[in-house]
Design a protein around this ligand. Structure first.
Ligand code: KG4
Ligand code: ZN
Length: 337
C-alpha cells in the first residue's frame, strides 16, 4: 500500500510517500526557520502563510522523488492535531481536496502518535508494548504504547515542554532559534557540572515533568551575573547551557527509566525533536545498559517533525479500513488516551 503523508502542524511543511507503512520512497521537509528566526519563535500567522506557499511544491516533490503519480497512491494521511490550528488547516484542507478529487481514502493522524511511531521507519523496530517518551517543542509526555491507537499516558509536563525550555533559554542568551540544536552543539565542549540548576522531580511517585523552574533558575543566574560591556564570554555561555541541558536530560532519563520499571517493560522508545539531543541519547544509552533495558532511538531526522512518521500511522489505520470524513477538523489540543 502506498500512502501519501502530509505534515504541517508547526513550522515544517512535510510530505512523504511510504510503502506498506515502513519503507520511505520520499520524505521531503521544508523548514521555515529563516522566516521565524528573527522573532525568536514561531509566528503562527506567518507559519500558515508559508505552508500555503509550500504545500503544493513539497507534495509535488515528494511524488516526483518517489517516482509515482497520485493515481498510484492508495491512501492519504495527514496530521490533524495537536499543533497550530492555522498551520494544521493548510495540510488538512490540501489532503481533503486531494482525496475528494482523486477519490482516495484519507485519514487524520495524531501528531503525538506519529512521533511515537517514527521508530517503525528504522530497520529493527520494537515490538509492543513499550514505554514511549515524546519530547518536543510542544510536548513532554510518557506513554505506555500497546499498539497503534492503544495508549496509556503515564505522565506529562505541567508547564513548559522540554524543547520549549531549550528554545527559551537560547533566546534569553541571544543564541538564535531554534535553541535546542544550538545548545546541544555548544554543550559538547561545556562543563555540565559547572552550575547546579534545579531538577524538578515533583512527588516521588509522579511521572509528570516541570521545566519552568530550571528556566527561571537560568534567568536568575543571568540576573546575578550582569553582562559585561564586551558581552558574555563563550565559556560562560557554555557553562550555563551545558548545565541547563544536564538538568533537563537528567530528569527525562530518570522518569523514563522509572516508567519502564514501574510498568515492568524492557523496551524504551524516544521520539520528538529533543530526542535528537546528543547528551540525552548518550545518557539514555548508558542508563538503559545499566538497567538492562532495550533502547530504541530514531535517527535524528525522524525525531524532528516530518511526514514519514505520519505515513507510518496512516498506513496502520487505512489498512484496517479506518477512514476520516471530509468534514474532519483540525485541533490545537488532541490528547492521546
Ligand atoms: O518535534 P519537533 O520538530 O516539533 C514539535 O512537535 O514541537 O521539535 C522541535 C523542538 C524544538 O523545541 C527544538 O529546539 C528541539 O525540538 N530540538 C532539540 C534538538 N533538536 C531539536 N532540542 C535539543 N537538542 C536537539 N538536538
Ligand atoms: Zn512534532
Amino acid at each position: 500500500m502506498l500512502v501519501l503523508a502530509i505534515e504541517t502542524s508547526c513550522d515544517d511543511t512535510g510530505a512523504a510517500v511510504i510503502l506498506d507503512g515502513r519503507k520511505i520512497l520520499s520524505n521531503v521537509v521544508s523548514s521555515q526557520v529563516t522566516v521565524h528566526q528573527r522573532y525568536g519563535g514561531v509566528v503562527p500567522e506567518l507559519a500558515s502563510r508559508k505552508h500555503i506557499e509550500s504545500v503544493v511544491p513539497i507534495v509535488t516533490e515528494a511524488l516526483e522523488t518517489a517516482k509515482v503519480t497520485l493515481k498510484e497512491i492508495d491512501g492519504i494521511a495527514v496530521t490533524q492535531g495537536p499543533g497550530l490550528v492555522g498551520s494544521l488547516l493548510v495540510g488538512l484542507s490540501f489532503a481533503k481536496s486531494a482525496a475528494f478529487a482523486s477519490g482516495l481514502p484519507f485519514v487524520g493522524v495524531n501528531h503525538i502518535e506519529a512521533h511515537l511511531s517514527a521508530i517503525f521507519l528504522e530497520e529493527k523496530p520494537p515490538g509492543f508494548p513499550f514505554i514511549g517518551l515524546v519530547v518536543s517543542g510542544g510536548h513532554t509526555s510518557l506513554f505506555r504504547m500497546e499498539g497503534f491507537g492503544k495508549f496509556a499516558r503515564l505522565g506529562q509536563t505541567r508547564d513548559d515542554a522540554a524543547g520549549e525550555a531549550f528554545d527559551k533559554v537560547a533566546k534569553l542568551l541571544g543564541l538564535g532559534y531554534p535553541g535546542g540544536p544550538i545548545i546541544d552543539e555548544l554543550s559538547k565542549t561545556g562543563n555540565p557540572k559547572a552550575i547546579r540548576f534545579p531538577r524538578a522531580v515533583l512527588s516521588k511517585n509522579s511521572l509528570d515533568f516541570s521545566f519552568s523552574g530550571v528556566k527561571t533558575a537560568v534567568v536568575n543566574y543571568i540576573k546575578t551575573h550582569p553582562e559585561p560591556a564586551e558581552g558574555y564570554s563563550k565559556d560562560f555561555i557554555k557553562e550555563i547551557v551545558s548545565s541547563f541541558q544536564e538538568a533537563v536530560v537528567e530528569v527525562l532519563v530518570k522518569k523514563t527509566v522509572q516508567a519502564a520499571q514501574r510498568q515492568g517493560l524492557k523496551r524504551i522508545v524516544l521520539s520528538g525533536g529533543v530526542a535528537a539531543n546528543q547528551r540525552l541519547r548518550q545518557r539514555m544509552k548508558e542508563e538503559s545498559l545499566d538497567q538492562k533495558l532495550k533502547l530504541y532511538l530514531p535517527s535524528p531526522s525522524f525525531c524532528t517533525d516530518n511526514a514519514a512518521m505520519v505515513g507510518v500511522v496512516g498506513y496502520e489505520y487505512l489498512k484496517r479500513g479506518i477512514r476520516s470524513p471530509l468534514s474532519l477538523n483540525a485541533f490545537s489540543s488532541m490528547p492521546l488516551q
